[in-house]
Design a protein around this ligand. Sequence first.
Ligand code: PLP
Length: 393
Amino acid sequence: MVKVNENYANLAQNYLFAEIARRVSAYKAANPDKKVISMGIGDVTRPLCKAVTDAMSAAVAEMADAATFQGYPPAVGYDFLINEIENYYTSRNIPVKAEDIFVSDGAKSDTGNITDIFSNDNSVLIPDPVYPVYMDSNVMLGRSISLIDATEENGYLPLPDDSTKGDIIYICSPNNPTGATYTRDQLKIWVDFALKNGSVILFDAAYEAFVSDPELPRSIYEIPGARGCAIEFCSFSKTAGFTGTRCGYTIVPSELEFGGVKLAKLWTRRQSTKYNGTAYIIQRGAAAVFSPEGYAQTRENINYYRENARLIMDFMDKKGISYTGGQNSPYIWLKCPDGLGSWELFDKLLNSAAVVGTPGAGFGKNGEGRFRLTSFGSREGTVEALGRLDLIF
Ligand code: PLP
């Protein structure tokens, strides 16, 4: 008889967003005339910029002509996009080469699928709280996982010490959900640790475009030695509004080698076996993000979200509520006022102000007593939500 993967039974119930939806529906049913504003979503709301949609329209026309029609794309991406990504790094003096770059349909797939190229008997180190995909994709494989605490005391930026163990180490900076962003010196501590212990760092840079402080690193490869110990994941989702369009990329440096095997070779094999490439039209749209117009237009959208974040931070400052994030991240991670628990604050905001956020407890045990607000909403919605919160804090 077929045996199922029993590791799935060990996944924590993914009740966070289902439970939020249930409580919001109940509230709406009881208060049909109240307009609920969501400050909880991790999805973008600004449309794709014109440079991107123009490039995609031109690509659609090419697909309609036998002379320019494209069939299966290369599994690792078209050169025209890979070269743009290489230039994006080179222009910042970051050592990334075209052959290191693998285009995909997003960072969620890649952070989940990268598990395929590592043996199941590796130990895995994951920060708590963090984006849940790292944990779940390893639980599915029955791997041994330890957590490293991200807390108010360490500014939600944990660092290794003598007792830290992990063959595979996940780092997300700027972090979802805390918005905390590692400095160069802090990332160097992780890189040195990985090089010393023969570990690999899986660095998720999905929010790099939100870093506004020029002193903070936006790529792990800004740290000397990182090419010998780190894989980086990045995405057009938050940088250019591709959450519904789907495009990302992963960097596996050619130096990265364990047990005499190059990881880039394994990842190439993994992708060409199980993935048939990102659509031509989408890759043309992604390449347009790097054109002068595309860059300026996507930055306009990022600045729009940044302004929302600034309004939320000003509000928290005015009310004396402590938080991380916002400055270099679309997320504001606040300490629930009056000692409330995450879900208690959720209910208070919903029932007294019809504002929805995300309870921190949904991201790990250290998220209890914390709450995530996002700057991805509309300006009007953000301003109105803050006006309502002003009345209850
Ligand atoms: N990595 C982090 C830290 C995220 O928060 C998200 C989405 O919210 C992703 C990756 C997913 O990115 P993508 O849309 O490219 O799959």
